[in-house]
Write a protein that binds this ligand. Structure first.
Ligand SMILES: Nc1ncnc2c1ncn2[C@@H]1O[C@H](COP(=O)(O)OP(=O)(O)OP(=O)(O)O)[C@@H](O)[C@H]1O
Length: 251
């Protein structure tokens, strides 16, 4: 049986400040897939994630997650923002920060139940942060912060996990831990979508790449995207030997 379609995006168009940022976007992410969104700066990658999270209004199109609209799915999607977007000066522990990912489930001003504590404990284990669970988040290194953000998203036990540039500025051990974790999550049947500028890493770990530049220029397994014309079109350049070498395109 084919894997279930978790995220479906049809005919999506988004304008920001009166300017078209995304148009005619068609994309499906199935359970068991790790899809990497690749594209130049300003291509609309973050905007696409924000549209799925219903944080950005859309001009046209339909987005569903497990058959529900983006608005209905609020609080059900695990989202790992870019690290600088989180309030690290907030005086809370690692454990509380991860618990904050479940706020929609627990309800505002309610106390966490055993199931919430179990989900947080399990998420901390998966990112190898159990030993630091009581540490104030302001005292964490960059790599530890990234692990907390991933645990916070996992604590939600989400149908869909989306990550915005999760590898930027990370040390090698944290990169390796997260790469292995994302592959395990996909193997377990989760649906994952991430943005990245690290083409080599994306090609090595993704089940599918999605080249985005205002619209989906091409999508497929890294091995299926060897035509240099696709890459040149996605990145809007006429010649980029480094880019093509990284992808083994045209080889
Ligand atoms: N709040 C906003 N108001 C107006 N324009 C915006 C806003 N946010 C983003 N944009 C514009 O939308 C376009 C897409 O931005 P987006 O951040 O989605 O790109 P990206 O592919 O994630 O880029 P990067 O790789 O640099 O992170 C850019 O031209 C950007 O300037």
């Amino acid at each position: 049986m084919a894997d279930k379609a978790v995220l479906k995006i049809r005919d999506l168009a988004v304008d920001l400040a009166g300017r078209q940022v995304l148009h005619d976007v068609e994309l499906t992410v199935h359970s068991g897939e790790l899809v990497s969104l690749i594209g130049p700066n300003g291509a609309g990658k973050t905007t696409l994630l924000r549209a799925v999270l219903a944080l950005t209004p859309i001009r046209r199109g339909v987005i569903t997650i497990d058959g529900r609209t983006a608005v209905e799915s609020r609080g059900r999607i695990g989202y790992v923002p870019q690290r600088h977007e989180f309030a690290w000066d907030f005086p809370i522990s690692v454990e509380k920060a991860v618990m904050s990912g479940r706020v929609h489930r627990i309800g505002w001003m309610r106390r966490p139940r055993q199931a919430d504590r179990d989900a947080v404990g399990h998420a901390l284990e998966r990112v190898d942060m159990t030993a630091l669970r009581a540490r104030p988040i302001g005292e964490l290194s960059g790599g530890q912060r990234q692990r907390v953000l991933v645990a916070r998203a996992l604590a939600l036990q989400p149908a869909l996990l989306m990550l915005d540039e999760p590898f930027t500025g990370l040390d090698v051990p944290t990169q390796e831990l997260l790469t292995t974790l994302f592959a395990q999550l996909a193997d377990e049947g989760n649906a994952l979508m991430m943005t990245t500028h690290d083409l080599a890493a994306a090609a090595g770990m993704s089940t599918r790449l999605c080249l985005l530049n205002e619209t989906v220029v091409a999508t497929g397994h890294p091995d299926e995207l060897r035509d240099p014309a696709i890459w040149l079109r996605a990145f809007g350049v006429t010649q980029s030997e480094g880019l093509l070498r990284t992808m083994g395109a045209g080889a």
